[in-house]
Design a protein around this ligand. Structure first.
Ligand SMILES: Cc1cc2nc3c(=O)[nH]c(=O)nc-3n(C[C@H](O)[C@H](O)[C@H](O)COP(=O)(O)OP(=O)(O)OC[C@H]3O[C@@H](n4cnc5c(N)ncnc54)[C@H](O)[C@@H]3O)c2cc1C
Length: 492
């Protein structure tokens, strides 16, 4: 297989398309990049919460944080508050933070669990960024801090922001609806035909056409690996609402509901809301009503319904087509991982193209293997949030807590339950600390604890945890609120 990438055509101008165009134009100086998008079709525009890796993407593109936050009406994200997931009325945080050591006698979680001391509060109180999130405080980490952060932003404004940057770096934008795709004798894509008769041709096509999956799905008919037996949600209502109250929360909120869950994403000028649900357990109108009940202020538009299927195309790269974003697959947005997966796919692709080495079949097969494993890793992490629940109050919760799990996840749960081991595979999107946050938040503790925890007396262990908790309280009390920090960053 000899694959040229002198002329790269990006199909689609959503988050995936403009991320790809901006990054390719920045990294590959010898290639031309053309992006085709249809204003008539528009973009999904609901991916508003992100993962910390987006900051690396911005660094590589030379994006200034304040400029980006101003342009996208963005805010900071320390993680997610999960409400009602284990039981109605209970909540916990999964932040991009730190729980100290994870094994041995100094393991914070291990001593906390061994002590079973109510005065210590929740394990989350041992994590700086979880306490920051619960108190509405934010600052970017200093050298002594061990936490990371991401952003919330308006996805439509983000695409526009990246478009400006990409066009400044030489990307050519072609507006028009693709109505036909011509293939070469070897099966590869030859050219795209637009509704007005224009033709767009390239050597390498990046399919960012969203759920339509115009090239990989429709033209090349790459099979879909269906995850809906594990992740049955298949609809989402999305609606913005007025921001009521003065302070911005520095975290996303995910509230478990009867047949899915609702997101709440705070932006500078509004709140983004949505209800992700399984249509096999709840009809669309009832789901819409449940979303409207969740809003803290009046809705700013009519709710919009999105339909999807969880899973991914078996291969992301076939012939001269590489799919990024929704055209390649979608897992439900519980942990805001779509943009993260776009970034990983794009980063790997650019590494391969930059190497200048011939793009042989094994290289492409390796790319596809990595992509499939990344989807599976994130899938397992998302299922973990459901399968540990104590809820049995609706058909969804009964199904999610009794279903057969993927083997990879079943092993991890077993390793934790039996021995307190936070097993990690390759290509994990979430590190051991994140897995710990979910296990602990869901009240899922190991049956046997590490005997080395006994190297410390109970009094020493308690004093250590109390000390850590108090230092966190002091540090957080001295931090600005999220709103104040953001205003300072924006120069307002
Ligand atoms: C309910 C929901 C919530 C989500 N929440 C998050 C989140 O919090 N965090 C996160 O990271 N991700 C989230 N996502 C995913 C996120 O929205 C997407 O990954 C991201 O927006 C990328 O979308 P995209 O660019 O692949 O597709 P789209 O935004 O759909 O863009 C597709 C592009 O293709 C073009 N196109 C399609 N057909 C044609 C044609 N025939 N001719 C020309 N152009 C065409 C369209 O015009 C458009 O420009 C969410 C997704 C959903 C459904």
């Amino acid at each position: 297989m000899t694959l040229s990438f002198k002329r790269i055509v990006v199909v689609g101008g959503g988050t995936a398309g403009w991320m790809a165009a901006a990054a390719l134009a920045t990294a590959l100086k010898g290639s031309s990049v053309e992006l085709v998008e249809s204003d008539e079709i528009g973009i999904v525009g609901v991916g508003e919460a992100t993962f910390p890796s987006i900051r690396n993407f911005h660094r590589l593109l030379g994006i200034d944080e304040a400029e980006f936050l101003r342009a996208t009406k963005g805010s900071y994200k320390l993680g997610i508050e999960f409400r009602d997931w284990r039981a109605v009325g209970e909540s916990y945080f999964h932040t991009f933070g730190d729980f100290g050591e994870l094994s041995g006698p100094n393991a914070v979680w291990g001593q906390y669990h061994r002590l079973g001391e109510a005065s210590l509060g929740a394990l989350g109180e041992q994590c700086l960024s979880s306490v920051m999130a619960s108190k509405g405080r934010f600052m970017v980490p200093r050298v002594e801090h061990r936490f990371d952060y991401a952003y919330h932003f308006d996805a439509v404004l983000y695409a526009a922001f990246l478009r400006k940057l990409a066009e400044q770096r030489g990307v050519r934008r072609t507006e028009g609806r693709i109505v036909d795709v011509a293939r070469r004798a070897d099966g590869a894509i030859d050219r795209l035909l637009l509704a007005d008769g224009r033709v767009v041709a390239g050597d390498l096509y990046i399919d960012c056409s969203g759920f339509a999956s115009l090239l990989l799905g429709r033209a090349l008919e790459e099979p879909f690996v269906d995850f809906s037996h594990w992740l049955p949600v298949d609809r989402a209502w999305a609606v913005p609402s007025e921001r009521i109250g003065t302070e911005l929360t520095p975290c996303t909120r995910a509230t478990a509901l009867e047949a899915g869950w609702a997101w709440r994403i705070p932006l500078q000028d509004r709140i983004g809301n949505g209800h992700v649900f399984a249509s096999r357990y709840l009809d669309e109108e009832s789901a819409r009503a449940q979303l409207l009940q969740q809003l803290d202020g009046p809705a700013l538009a009519e709710p919009r319904l999105l339909r999807f299927q969880t899973g991914h195309r078996a291969r992301a790269w076939v012939h001269n087509v590489v799919a990024l974003g929704l055209s390649g697959g979608f897992l439900e947005p519980l942990e805001s991982t779509s943009i993260f997966l776009i970034q990983r796919g794009l980063g790997k692709l650019i590494d391969l193209l930059l190497s200048g080495a011939p793009l042989s079949e094994p290289v492409v097969a390796d790319y596809n293997g990595l992509n499939a494993r990344q989807f599976a890793r994130v899938r397992d992490f998302i299922i973990l949030h459901y399968c540990l629940s104590a809820r049995r109050d609706s058909a969804l919760w009964r199904a999610m807590t009794t279903m057969e799990l993927p083997d990879t996840l079943a092993f991890k749960i077993h390793a934790w339950r039996k021995a307190g081991a936070l097993q990690q595979y390759d290509l994990e999107g979430f590190d051991a600390t994140s897995w710990l946050a979910i296990h602990a938040g869901m009240g899922h503790w190991p049956e046997h604890t590490d005997p080395s925890l006994g190297d410390m007396t109970r009094a020493e262990a308690l004093a250590g945890l109390q000390w850590r908790r108090e230092r966190i309280i002091e540090a957080v009390a001295a931090m600005p609120t999220h709103g104040a920090f953001l205003r300072g960053m924006l120069g307002r």
